[in-house]
Design a protein around this ligand. Sequence first.
Ligand SMILES: [Zn+2]
Length: 74
Amino acid sequence: MKRCSHPGCSWRAIAPADDAVWGQYARHLVAEHSTTVDADIPSGIVQLKFEADEDWITVPVEEARALQAERHSD
Ligand SMILES: [Zn+2]
């Protein structure tokens, strides 16, 4: 279950497969948060953080997926 990391956002992924979840999450971030968090974020770029005490990072969707995979391999 992938949940949105933005404070106060109740969005959750409903797709069963990781790839589909990331696609949904990326679209959600772009649609719901990219314009409100930072209007200068171009299409295909997402902001995310993995832990509550970490800073937000701004990365392309593909890099976000790679980072997520990295975290999960620890
Ligand atoms: Zn959200």
